[in-house]
Design a protein around this ligand. Structure first.
Ligand code: GLC
Length: 737
């Protein structure tokens, strides 16, 4: 539709119709069994509130959405099509590894391809908008939603944000093309830093920290063209984001230039009352529209209060018109006025959903995202000729896609046992359950509750496991936290593995010294004792539909583990927050130095995490040359290059993730000791060398100074290039400005 016609449509709409466009309800009001991803599915809404709703969420399926769209448009006074939205966070039916794992691949180009596949599947099933990417920078693994993040580096998070948006929307951003869907960058801003890691808790962040760490991935998503942004639930420095003109109108729209649609989080507008920011739903509606929230997801505020606020003159109708214009413009960009079904249909579904190409790529992404944290005596890769016992609750689990895989069918998931068998690795393999994931507890999820008692055959299971361990040359323990112990509303204070799993590991490690532990989790866990009981540790996070196949490929050497730590694994939860891009302090502690009292340290534990950012082993063995710079000084506008030669001195081909870090030695605001600013992946055969060359630009040197100016300050910098954030392989240069 032309802009002129769209404007005419807006002008012809009644106030009631316009307000309707700003209301989003769960599909449960229009069709049974929508996926409920928030509290109290109705949030007080009634069918009458939804008659003119402009969008629905939580339902997918080409036929169902076609039926809903047809019925809705028939009844709508101007026959305006619905927007169909849902959380497709890391895949629709072909579920890729969780975003924290995808971030660990350090390969945005692969992640972009994966998200393109997710969009193909979801769009074929009738979805128009996904509430993704989640670009919240994280430092606290007690928070369950680190699962959805890309980790602790603003640079890596930004590259992944761009990859996600381009994957969903296409590099050209033409949303009208079938197989595309609109991205929705979330959550704006600071949701990844809840005080004490407790879900929905407030965030206290200086403007400097927000700009240096939390904003860059949001800016990257906006520059990549995300069509929507979702303000965050929580308050930032005392202001609920959903009611903050400073955060939404002034920062997001005026300063960052975002012109797309803003949609609140689930019932976040209504929850302004509970936050103590609004006296009632009427005031909540007023605050939200004035802050710049276009769509109210799942609360009664806009549906019940906005029309009256405009009619009474308390809210200018102009604000409603601006919001509705952005919503209609999004519908128009999707081509919904010409094709309300956006190219979806059962034929398109049959062609794309779970197709072999997607499954094969998902299997590859598992290998690219798992992190080999330990490999003593090169106990990995395993030999098919030797007897291996696979023991643990994740040997046969299909619950490995994570709590946000809301459209998955568990029977599509490849278990570890199946991956070993179908990969041709299983002729000398034994399989034992060993124990359950959890005992004597229950976990709540989206509309599900899993209750765990204590099995009667508990002791027998352990006996069988120990017998298998005694007979085997090596043991693979498949252990992990429960899927529902991570994700939304799943903060944990204790980030270790469940007790009965640890007990089983201890017993097995006493009867077999070749233990490899595969850890399933939605977050970095405290793996100290797991590591002490194992010769090898492989962090697989929640690997998705093809998890078992990809893990088996890595265990038996068909693929080299490609992941690197994207979020530090703490030595203990007591260290949290612990991350690589922190500051030196005036009394830095040098663990290699002489014993000192007055330094920044703990008396009872190390400062450094168990596994640091950027760290990960492969089946190769890589030697780095020293860093060579194209010059020792850099003037304004100039570009330096920094290069290393990397040689694979190992016996197996592997990918090395070469990382470039910068350190600004002195500036008007203190600078992180290491800032990731570049990654190059080199695939090297045994004995082969490759060169990694990086461009260093003035933009990379810019910082937020104490007056909140973003600029590059003259001074000395060190370029470090190595295999993780601890590298000391560096060279200095002076930026002269
Ligand atoms: C949830 C989440 C948000 C999600 C939305 C819709 O509460 O906070 O990330 O997109 O509701 O499911």
């Amino acid at each position: 539709m032309t802009e002129e016609k769209l404007r005419a449509l807006l002008d012809s709409m009644s106030l009631e119709e316009k307000v309707g466009q700003m209301v989003q309800v769960t599909g449960a009001f229009l069709e049974e069994d929508a996926v409920i991803t928030g509290p109290a599915a109705d949030a007080g809404l009634e069918l009458s509130d939804c008659r003119l709703a402009g969008s629905i969420l939580g339902i997918a399926g080409a036929d169902r959405l076609k039926r809903i769209q047809e019925r809705y448009m028939e009844e709508h006074p101007h026959h305006i099509p619905l927007l169909m939205m849902a959380d497709v966070i890391h895949g629709y039916r072909t579920v890729f590894p969780i975003p924290l794992a995808l971030g660990a691949s350090f390969q945005p180009e692969l992640v972009e391809k994966a998200m393109g596949m997710a969009a193909e599947e979801a769009a074929s099933a009738g979805l128009h908008v996904t509430f993704s990417p989640m670009t919240d920078l994280v430092r606290d693994p007690r928070w369950g939603r680190v699962l959805e993040s890309f980790g602790e580096s603003p640079w890596l998070d930004s590259r992944m944000a761009e990859a996600y948006v381009r994957g969903y929307q296409g590099a050209d951003g033409d949303l009208s093309r079938p197989g595309r869907m609109s991205a929705c960058d979330k959550h704006f801003v600071g949701y990844g830093a809840p005080v004490a890691g407790r879900e929905y808790n407030h965030a206290e962040l200086s403007e400097h920290t927000v700009r240096e760490f939390h904003l860059p991935p949001k800016i990257a998503a906006i520059k990549a063209g995300t069509a929507c942004v979702m303000p965050a639930f929580q308050s930032l420095n005392g202001e609920p984001c959903t009611a903050s003109e400073k955060i939404v109108r002034k920062l997001l729209r005026d300063e960052l230039g975002f012109e797309g649609v803003t949609i609140s989080d689930w019932s976040a507008v209504g929850e302004l009352v509970a936050q103590g920011a609004a006296a009632d739903t009427r005031e909540a509606a007023k605050l939200a529209i004035e802050a710049g929230i276009d769509i109210d997801m799942m609360s009664v505020c806009y549906a019940r209060e906005l029309k009256g606020l405009v009619e009474s003159g308390e809210v200018e109708e102009r604000l409603v018109d601006e919001a509705v214009w952005r919503i209609l413009t999004l519908k128009n960009r999707l081509g919904l006025f010409e094709d309300p079904f956006h190219g979806s249909g059962t034929e398109a579904e049959k062609k794309t959903v779970l197709c072999q190409e997607h499954r094969d790529f998902a299997r590859k992404m598992v290998a690219e995202s798992v992190i080999l944290l330990k490999n003593e005596d090169s106990v990995l890769p395993l030999s098919r000729e030797k007897k291996t016992a696979f023991i643990g609750p994740y040997v046969d689990s299909t619950d490995t896609c994570g709590s946000w895989a809301i459209f998955q069918n568990r029977e599509d998931t490849v278990t570890l046992r199946r991956g070993v068998a179908e990969g041709g690795y299983g002729e000398n393999a034994l399989f034992c359950h060993g124990c359950d994931v959890l005992e004597n507890t229950r976990v709540l999820g989206f509309g599900v509750e899993e209750v765990f008692g204590q099995r009667e055959d508990r002791d027998e299971l352990v006996k069988q496991a120990l017998k298998a361990a005694e007979e085997a040359d090596a043991v693979v323990m498949a252990l992990g936290e429960h899927t529902l112990q991570s994700g939304e509303a799943a903060s944990r204070g204790d980030i270790t593995l469940p007790a009965q799993q640890m007990e089983l590991l201890r017993q097995v490690s006493r009867v077999n010294s070749n233990v490899i532990t595969v850890v399933y989790s939605g977050r970095p866990l405290d793996l100290r004792e797991v590591s002490a009981c194992s010769k090898a540790v492989l962090a697989v996070f929640l690997p998705g539909t093809m998890g078992g196949a990809g893990i088996a490929d890595v265990l038996f050497g068909a693929a080299s583990p490609g992941g690197r730590v994207s979020m530090s694994f703490p030595w203990s939860a007591a260290q949290i927050p612990v991350y690589h891009n922190d500051y030196s302090t005036g009394r830095p502690y040098d663990p290699a130095g002489a014993e000192q009292k007055f330094v920044s340290r703990y008396l009872d534990m190390p400062n450094s995490p168990l596994y640091p950012f950027g760290y990960g082993l492969t089946y190769g063995s890589f030697r780095y040359s020293s860093v060579t710079l194209s010059a020792e000084t850099m003037k304004a506008g100039e570009v330096l290059t920094a290069a290393v030669t990397v040689t694979n001195e190992g016996t197996a081909a592997a990918k090395e993730t070469v990382q470039l870090y910068l350190h600004d030695e002195k500036a008007t605001t203190v600078r992180p000791r290491r800032e990731l600013k570049g990654v190059k992946c080199l695939y090297l055969q045994p004995g082969e060398s490759g060169e990694a060359v990086f461009r260093i630009t003035e933009e990379m040197l810019k910082i937020w100074d104490r007056d909140m100016n973003f600029l590059a300050e003259p001074g000395t910098f060190t370029v470090y290039i190595g295999s993780d954030s601890r590298t000391e392989n560096g060279a200095g240069f002076r930026y002269e400005g």
